[in-house]
Ligand binder design. Structure first.
Ligand SMILES: *Cc1c(COP(=O)(O)O)cnc(C)c1O
Length: 363
């Protein structure tokens, strides 16, 4: 049996997994407290630090990204959080904080827009909060928040921690953890890392660890301090998803071979530009429009308004018949938009093919 050509599954998560990665996942199990596991974790330390642009420890959890979102909430918020909400995932962050018993002040912007630095500055001056939650690349709208500028604003407010969901930005567009002095930044395996779902990765600042020590409601399974202690000894916290650890180690190797995370950013930037150029040309002529404005577009997911009178769901169904998988809109944008997930191991050439296919199914 020949494998179908790679690159036609453009969902904004889970993303298509390269056959080389799938192969290493068939390896036999190893004891999770033995020297082989220590070596496996150790082999990933340097590549993962490079990926996060950090000198700090990268923690790996056997849960989906939402698990580390809850870790951010339980271990980073003392009492009241300012939640920046520009779509469904920002709303989820706020909802988890509420579910964990915190006071949540939501700063909402219309779908497709992002909270801007002056708005954040204003809000922080008026309100007494101890943390800010932010989704860098809002996968539901394709909007990319101006992370460096927003981080600089938060840093003006002393003890306020910045908790960053970088689930569809990290490994696909710049996230400079140490330079921006982010307090907690996390991602999941099944987005720009192009692994199967099931792992979360995160980095905590010294400030975040110090805050966590003062919080009694951290729980046990997602306790940041337990993770930090375990990974200091190159150990997972509990029985980890061993097969996914193999997959992550292989992806670390592949990313280094590709030329490191910088090369990955460049490739993602090219995929985003391919969609922009198409919308400025033939796609725009058909009636496709970007939801977010120029300069606020995610490098990993493009959310496009479909032509007047057309249904996004129908277009996605027609693409499926041609052998391509695209994302429908999310939540309230379900039928008025489509989403192209151009992240992970995808290439600008395949994205161009996908766009040509969209032209044929639209006309
Ligand atoms: C997918 C996604 C999540 C949730 O990830 P799970 O792995 O499903 O828990 C959170 N935030 C963003 C921005 C996402 O795209």
């Amino acid at each position: 049996m020949t494998e179908p050509p790679f690159g036609r599954f453009l969902l904004p998560g889970p993303t298509e997994v390269h056959p080389d990665i799938l192969r290493v996942m068939t390896h036999q199990m190893i004891p999770h407290r033995g020297s082989e596991m220590v070596s496996l974790v150790e082999s990933m330390e340097v590549p993962l630090r490079r990926l996060f642009h950090t000198e700090r420890r990268v923690l790996i959890g056997s849960c989906s990204a939402t698990g580390f979102m809850e870790m951010a909430v339980r271990c980073g918020i003392r009492q009241r959080v300012l939640a920046l909400v520009s779509g469904s995932f920002g709303d989820r962050f706020a909802g988890i904080a509420e579910a964990c018993g915190h006071e949540v002040v939501r700063l909402n912007v219309p779908l497709g827009e992002t909270v801007e630095p002056d708005m954040l500055h204003d809000a922080l001056r008026r309100m007494d909060v101890d943390a800010v939650s932010l989704v860098h690349s809002e996968t539901s709208t394709g909007a990319l928040a101006p992370l460096p500028e927003l981080a600089a604003v938060v840093r003006e407010f002393g003890e306020v921690l910045l908790l960053v969901d970088a689930v569809t930005s990290l490994a696909g567009s710049p996230v400079e953890t140490d330079v921006l002095d982010l307090d907690f930044v996390f991602t999941g395996s099944q987005k720009a890392l192009a692994l199967p779902p099931g792992l979360a990765l995160g980095v905590a600042s010294e400030r975040m660890l110090a805050r966590a020590k003062t919080l009694p409601g951290r729980g046990a399974y997602l306790d940041l301090l337990a993770y930090d202690e375990a990974f200091a000894a190159r150990q997972p916290t509990n029985t980890p998803a061993v097969s996914l650890f193999y997959a992550l180690a292989e992806q670390c190797r592949r990313i280094e071979l590709e030329g490191g995370v910088g090369a990955r950013w460049t490739r993602h930037d090219a995929m985003r530009r391919a969609v922009e150029e198409w919308v400025e040309g033939p796609g725009g002529a058909l009636g496709y429009r970007f939801l977010p404005r120029v300069g606020r577009r995610s490098w990993t997911v493009s959310c496009l308004r479909v032509p007047e009178g057309r249904s996004g769901r129908e277009i996605v169904r027609a693409a499926r018949k041609e052998g391509w998988t695209l994302g429908t809109g999310y939540g309230p944008l379900k039928d008025s938009t489509i989403r192209i997930g151009h992240m992970g191991d995808h290439t600008p050439a395949r994205v161009a093919e996908a766009l040509a296919m969209l032209e044929t199914v639209t006309t």
